[in-house]
Design a protein around this ligand. Structure first.
Ligand code: GCB
Length: 620
């Protein structure tokens, strides 16, 4: 990105054959509840993994809603909506709300694209529905929320269960004491107001889709249950599955078993005082996961009355000098960035069809990799990436200039990283955790993000840490030397030569100076085009102009020896409130290779050719 663009943005942002089970005594603290404890709100202490693999009571569907820009329903007494009271007909009681008489909206789904009048709405919003439930003796119940953007509070039968901040990560509220036999009420208040001390902060180049944007369900588990596990191939020999299983509420000595039936692997062990069993399982001969061979194994975990089944691939990812090694072999990442924007209908992508369309296009492009920008996407995305053999960069919305000087903002970002990693550490596709995008280069920022990188390395030592950095320089020389690079395993850098800076040919004479002997990924480049608009190669917004940028960029990027990956910006046009050029943008960022209505632009084919001919980036 150009210096000018940086300046504008920073300014704007200111306003385990032999099977061995070992008791784990040391590493427990590493995965304990540290980030949650440090968080500014009161995140529920339990975070369930692989909820999508459990049998749950789905609460998706129609919910009553009340738009509440003045937070009126948060008031006490008769104005408080959480009690979810309905006054019988003919009563003299004064009640100024009624969920039963209020309209309904779909969950999952952002509110903005479900009702015309709510397109630009940001603020408080109440959701309500009833559900039938039969509590099971000796079991616990959790309300699982895939994502609620941005701040939320959850009540069951008038009892406040939890609050949560962060719009793109899953959380679980324990409802064991609140649920009753028969009919139950659940009320959720979601507030999408952008806040300066939020993650992200006030300004983003994407739509602030509010609401319960992902699946909501009630999960019933035995008194003691598997809430977390990490199983991965060891980097040194690639013939052991290492990690742990954690059983929430387990007495010391509780038995846990692991089975991979297709691989005929079995192990069992007992929990330590913290409910954890360390895993060290000899697993020679596994068919390793890769884009060419996205082999998944059924993994069955059992402890007492709880059984959790998952589907997992096994592979290693590491770097060596400027190489990225997948299963020990150099790999080049041919990718594209994706926003969680629903094709054809706009709004947040939230169903199987949405993700199948997006990742289908990725395959058609000839890519083996995606950058899921700029926040964790729906779990369907990483599940499907696992199945399709698409490698993934996953990110938290530490975007542009968040308030790096604030410790509570650091805690929020850390909480989001924790929630993201916990949900997706069972996915072989995910190889990179990105801690930030385009952040200003200053010591406060560098300290903040170095702490983030250290935190991620601690939480997940098996994957690589990256960030999309800005570059500096002029139209002749560009420098990739942001000191944050020292804390990263892989350097991502964004640049918009030919769009925000110069013309497509400007790329021809640029020399790149790189301060790190680490793998480089061009995490963004590109330019806008209105699908169907044709013109000369130098006509802005034409498909030809965008295609020309791609041609020159490909030639330029191939001159950078450490280049090991690219994710141009972006697969599909997406809504953004900062893109208002009438007739061209109309509220959409038009840098997609495909329009929001699925029309492929000329640049799509330029990139496809480069990928199919293996003509972009080389491993040594
Ligand atoms: C960027 C940002 C991305 C924007 C893109 C653009 O550098 O990382 O979020 O959407 O540029 O289109 O300007």
């Amino acid at each position: 990105m150009s210096g000018k663009k940086i300046a504008i943005r920073v300014k704007a942002a200111l306003a385990a054959g032999s099977f061995v089970f070992l008791l784990c005594t040391m590493t427990v603290a590493l995965h304990a509840q540290t980030p949650a404890a440090a968080a500014p709100t009161t995140p529920a202490p339990t975070l369930l993994v692989a909820v999508d693999q459990r049998t749950v009571l789905s609460l998706n569907g129609d919910w009553h809603y009340i738009v509440d820009p003045y937070d009126n329903g948060l008031g006490s007494g008769r104005s408080g909506y959480p009690m979810d009271e309905e006054v019988p007909a003919g009563s003299n009681k004064l009640q100024e709300y009624s969920f039963a008489k209020s309209p309904t909206i779909k969950v999952p789904g952002d509110w903005n694209t479900q009702k015309d009048s709510l397109l630009y709405y940001e603020g408080g919003f109440w959701y309500e529905r009833h559900f039938q439930y039969q509590p099971h003796v000796g079991h616990r119940a959790f309300l699982d929320i895939g994502a609620a953007n941005y701040r939320s509070r959850v009540w069951v039968n008038g009892q406040l269960l939890c609050t949560h901040e962060g719009g793109f990560t899953q959380f679980d509220c324990e409802a064991t004491q609140a649920v009753k036999a028969g009919e139950n009420s659940v009320v959720i208040f979601v507030d999408s107001t952008r806040i300066a001390d939020g993650v992200p902060t006030l300004k983003t180049d994407w739509w602030n889709y509010g609401g319960l944007t992902r699946d909501v369900s009630l999960v019933t588990v035995p008194q003691s249950f598997i809430d977390d596990f990490d199983l991965h191939l060891d980097r040194a020999t690639r013939s052991k599955i290492e990690g742990y299983v954690h059983v929430e509420g387990a007495q010391q000595g509780t038995r846990v078993s692991i089975d991979l039936p297709e691989a005929k692997l079995h192990a069992d062990g007992v929990t330590d005082a913290s409910g954890r069993v360390a895993v060290n399982l000899a697993a020679r001969g596994l068919s390793l996961w890769s884009p060419e061979n996205p082999r998944l194994y059924r993994v069955v975990l059992k402890s007492g009355d709880d059984t959790l089944t998952d589907e997992m691939g096994f592979r290693t990812i590491e770097t060596s000098g400027s190489e990225i090694l997948l299963n020990g072999k150099p790999i080049v990442l041919h990718g594209v960035c994706i926003h969680a924007e629903a094709p054809y209908r706009s709004g947040r992508a939230n169903n199987d069809q949405d993700v199948a369309t997006l990742l289908g296009w990725v395959k058609e492009l000839g890519a083996n990799y995606v950058r899921l920008a700029h926040y964790p996407h729906d779990q369907r995305m990483t599940r499907l990436a696992d199945k399709m053999g698409i490698l993934v960069w996953s990110e938290v919305p530490v975007y542009w200039a968040v308030e790096f000087e604030r410790e509570d903002v650091f805690a929020k970002s850390q909480q989001q990283l924790h929630e993201e990693i916990r949900r997706d550490r069972d996915k072989a596709s995910v190889i990179l955790w990105s801690i930030a995008n385009e952040t200003p280069n200053n010591p406060t920022r560098t300290t903040f993000l170095t702490r983030s990188a250290n935190f991620v390395h601690q939480e997940d030592p098996t994957r690589l840490v990256t960030a999309a950095l800005l570059v500096r320089g002029d139209s002749k020389t560009k420098y990739i030397d942001d000191p944050l690079g020292n804390a990263l395993d892989v350097i991502g850098f964004n640049e918009y030569v030919g769009w925000y800076e110069g013309t497509p040919e400007t790329a021809d004479s640029i020399e790149w100076k790189v301060a790190f002997d680490k793998p480089l990924i061009t995490s963004e480049f590109g330019g806008g085009a209105k699908a169907g608009m044709h013109g000369a190669n130098d006509t802005r917004w034409s498909e030809e102009y965008q295609a020309e940028i791609y041609r020159h960029q490909i030639t330029m990027l191939n001159k950078i020896p450490q280049l090991r990956g690219v994710t141009p910006w972006i697969l599909m046009d997406f809504r953004s409130p900062v893109r208002n050029l009438p007739g061209i943008q109309d509220g959409y960022n038009r840098k997609g290779l495909i329009s929001d209505q699925g029309q492929k632009k000329a640049a799509f084919y330029v990139l496809q050719k480069a990928y199919k001919e293996n003509g972009l980036g080389h491993a040594e």
